[in-house]
Write a protein that binds this ligand. Structure first.
Ligand code: CU
Length: 100
């Protein structure tokens, strides 16, 4: 019984080490467009524009899918290195996640 409680506490505590980074999409821009993160961190993209956007890593490591106006999506940083991303609908919208 005690083991189960300890394991449950550990499982609950683990995500506390991972940071979440908030990125707002507004005016056809990612803000911030440069995100420094650690592997295991999460990034929440919130679409504050009136049109649909995506945040899609060019290396396929993350993808929010289509984010309608007002919607948000959380992705996980799964690999170290530089992960440039863009909006698949508007190719001028770019950003980069650098993970260590
Ligand atoms: Cu877009």
């Amino acid at each position: 019984m005690r083991t189960i409680i300890v394991l449950a506490l550990l499982a609950f505590a683990m995500p506390a080490f991972a940071a979440n980074h908030a990125v707002q999409i507004k005016g056809m821009k990612f803000n911030p467009a440069k995100i420094s993160a650690a592997v295991g961190d999460t990034i929440t993209f919130t679409n504050a524009d009136s049109m649909t956007h995506t945040a899609t890593a060019l290396d396929g490591s993350f993808d929010t899918g289509h984010l309608a106006a007002g919607k948000s999506a959380k992705v996980k940083v799964s690999a170290a290195g530089a992960h440039p991303f863009h909006c698949t609908i508007h190719s001028s919208m770019k950003g980069i996640v650098t993970a260590k």
